[in-house]
Write a protein of this length. Sequence first.
Length: 319
Amino acid sequence: MVNKYNPPKFTEGTISANGIKFSYLSSGKHNDPLVLCLHGFPDTNRTFRLLLPALKEAGFLAVAPNMRGVWPTEAAPDRCYNTASMALDALALIHEFGKREAMIVGHGWGAAAAFGASQIAYDDTSLRKHGLAPKKILCVVAISESYGTEAREFTRTDPREIKLSRILDKLLEDGAAWNIRKDNINYLKQVRSAWSPDWRGSSEELERVIQSYSRQGALESAISIHQSLAGNGYRCRDKHIAALQKVMDRTQVPADSLILYGEKDGRHTREYFELASPSLFLGHESREMILDAGHYPHLERPDEVNKQAIDFLRLCQDC
């Protein structure tokens, strides 16, 4: 007998922030402390489908938006796709949910945006320039992502990292979006299999991801973000955001931070996660490896990741 897949149930909604209409999933009471959950690539907000109910049970309001350009969230009208713009989105979402402080869980480039939001929130001047009231990011849980120029340089020079990154070269080709659509977006399946080779996950949920990136503009948005992170040609035309990106790239992370990564991550080597110097963090910083997990430890080992994340978030609350 085959068990029928029963997807978790959440509150679904849309909210306008930073000039974009975001779709989101939420779980928890509005008056509870906010935990914003930011997904990476190739993924949607449903990557946090096992974490959101656990956060609700722990007494948090968990909100997971689809990032800018990832359907059904709108494409960015300013056509800015970099860490700074995603960090500003996060702060604007916190504002629109009526909160002055929040905690952020991020996976992949969502973690990069979380670190960025912490940096921007630390400087009231940057917030005021973008029409945002003062905000405080209490802490960041970064899943499958590290931080710092040393780690970024390592991805560009270490032979093992270069080999692991080759699958993303397709995103840098001319006509990348057209070529990927021509192959029915099977490329996204290849990426996920390469990054978590021992995990297949739910075929129904993977189909949801493919449907999201099949929409016009979604792949183009993801490609622009990757080009920005890879330092390969993409430039945001907004001078204020471009300047903010440069400051973020060389600034310490103010928030307490927990980095969680899988022992068998196929996106990065173990050394990549261990490179981030404690001096890059103004607050407390710790790293934990999740055994027998790949690039998606929050889906492969949800009980362990949920516990570590929630324990850390509770400690941040009490500080």
